[in-house]
Design a protein around this ligand. Structure first.
Ligand code: BYC
Length: 476
């Protein structure tokens, strides 16, 4: 099914045949645009940005590229093609027909999941809104805006489901998605990590590597849902999400590469010396990694969760790549989880269904390690011996089993006092943040230039050269 671009809201869901739904979404559209103007990227709204826009859900050639002003980006509603033979893939109703409508008994759980997912999308745009002013290159500025417009589209994806399948309360939830704001004292975003500030580009790259990757795993598990419209929506969102993680992986990689190169060239390895040379020392990068990885681990919810068990049993939320597992009911299995009892870490077997958040987190941790290994290869390629590593999952947690314990990055338990005394050995201090921000005080607009703290990317976007004018900045 092609995408209808004639409608005010591009879509492949035949929106035109449902006038009531179309009108309701057309009513929400100006509210979204107002939110975008008020809380989306500051300035740059009149600049032409080389953006990718979805034009089909066909795996081959699903997008077009061209310069557009961000407010003119065609935010639309695109679901992956339906599969008439699709069956419930897991849980108590394994093998039965999937749901084209929301079953009454699962209405509130599904609404909560869709709202939670939807809430993260505009939250991330809000978190990143000031970054344009310190972009290390036009290439990076474009990538930031690409990520932002697509997170906006992912909000549309969830709002469509709320409007189309949840009646009046769905419409109310859609409005609320534009009234909660990241970091707002009265109406914050739902999940903790999405209220954290992203004030510099190192944080942005860590966020797109670690936090967008949580998005990948949550979307993968929702792409298994028996509620077919949700599954199809998430399948297509994953196509766009891949680029966001690419921005994070290559972004951190380029910062690491630049530092290692300067270490090699200067023969220096003390952080103070490297800071004077205008690059971010590797121990500081490790602190940012520790922060964003631990905040992202929280997003998987509790290690032992009856909510997760219920969502799995009822077929609402599955495991990523459910087809890889043999037992899709997961009735009898157990899963080993490290619990802390009387100050000691011990492994406990819990019923598999209750461990579904942890099953997903384990897959995520493995995936995160892949990028860290790659960054370490960049460091080694310059003959530098330092290595970055993922901290223990007990370190700096606020949700789940480890929320009440204190541990160092190796997972060694300690008192709250000791943790408080030592935490800036492991997490960015105000001075670290001030240093990182001191490198990023103004945007680089010359297409031929790159900030000194980051290497140039290996290649440009869609075959364009690295020094292409990805954002035309003459209009300001
Ligand atoms: N912060 O049984 P529990 C993305 C709540 S990122 C605050 O432990 P459960 C993106 C939980 O809601 C992906 N609250 O876990 C990335 C529950 O509340 P109620 C976003 C939290 O229920 C970058 C209570 O604690 N999508 O797309 O299995 C840029 C007990 O929960 C947190 C999703 O997360 C937290 N970290 O929940 C842009 C998918 N963790 O019901 C976008 C939708 C848990 O007692 N959400 N709570 O009031 C879900 O699947 C699940 O709700 C959770 C786990 C993953 C959050």
């Amino acid at each position: 099914m092609g995408i209808n671009y004639q409608d005010r809201i591009p879509n492949n869901v035949d929106l035109g045949s449902n006038r009531t739904l179309q009108r309701a979404l057309e009513h929400w559209q100006p509210e979204f645009l107002k939110w975008w103007q008020d809380l989306g990227p500051t300035d740059y709204q009149a600049n032409d940005v080389y953006l990718r826009t979805a034009t089909s859900v066909d795996a081959k050639g699903w997008a077009t590229y061209g310069h557009v002003r961000m407010p003119d980006y065609r935010w639309g509603i695109f679901l992956a093609e339906p599969d008439a033979n699709r069956r419930v893939g897991f849980g108590d109703d394994y093998g039965k027909e999937v749901w084209q409508q929301v079953p009454g008994e699962h209405r509130s759980t599904l609404r909560r999941l869709i709202v939670t997912q939807g809430d993260t999308e505009p939250a991330s745009v809000e978190q990143q809104r000031l970054l344009g002013h310190t972009a290390p290159s036009l290439y990076d500025l474009r990538n930031l805006f690409q990520v932002n417009v697509e997170e906006g589209r992912h909000l549309w994806a969830m709002v469509y489901l709320l409007h189309a399948y949840f009646g009046r309360d769905g419409r109310e939830e859609a409005e609320e998605l534009l009234t909660r704001h990241s970091g707002d004292g009265d109406k914050p975003r739902i999940l903790s990590t999405f209220n954290e500030p992203i004030s510099d580009w190192l944080s942005f790259f860590m966020f797109t590597y670690f936090t967008d990757r949580d998005g990948k795993y949550q979307l993968k598990s929702l792409a298994e849902s028996s509620f077919d419209p949700l599954a199809r929506t998430c399948q297509f969102m994953l196509t766009e999400e891949a680029h966001h993680m690419f921005v994070g992986e290559t972004g951190v990689g380029r910062v690491v590469d630049r530092t290692a190169q300067i270490m090699k060239e200067s023969g220096k390895d003390h952080p103070d010396d490297l800071r004077k040379l205008g690059v971010i020392d590797l121990p500081t990068m490790q602190k940012y990694l520790n922060l964003w990885y631990s905040l992202s681990l929280d997003l998987f919810g509790g290690e032992i969760s009856s909510n997760a068990a219920a969502s799995f049993a009822s077929g609402i939320k599955g495991r990523a790549k459910e087809e890889q597992f043999e037992d899709h009911r997961a009735m009898d299995g157990t899963y080993g989880i490290d619990v802390v009892k009387d100050g000691v870490v011990t492994r406990e077997d819990v019923p598999l269904r209750n461990a579904m958040n942890e099953v997903l987190r384990d897959a995520y941790v493995e995936d995160c390690q892949r990028g860290v290994d790659k960054w370490n290869r960049f460091i080694a390629a310059h003959g530098v011996t330092h290595q970055l590593k993922l901290p223990s999952r007990r370190f700096h947690r606020h949700i789940g089993l480890y929320a009440d314990v204190f541990a160092d990055p190796d997972g060694r338990l300690m008192s709250k006092d000791e943790f408080e005394k030592r935490k800036y050995e492991w997490l960015p201090s105000d001075a670290d943040k001030a240093f990182v921000q001191s490198l990023m005080t103004k945007p680089i607009y010359d297409p031929k230039q790159m900030a000194g703290w980051i290497s140039a990317p290996k290649q440009g976007i869609k075959g364009r050269p690295v020094d292409f004018e990805y954002v035309r900045h003459s209009v300001d």
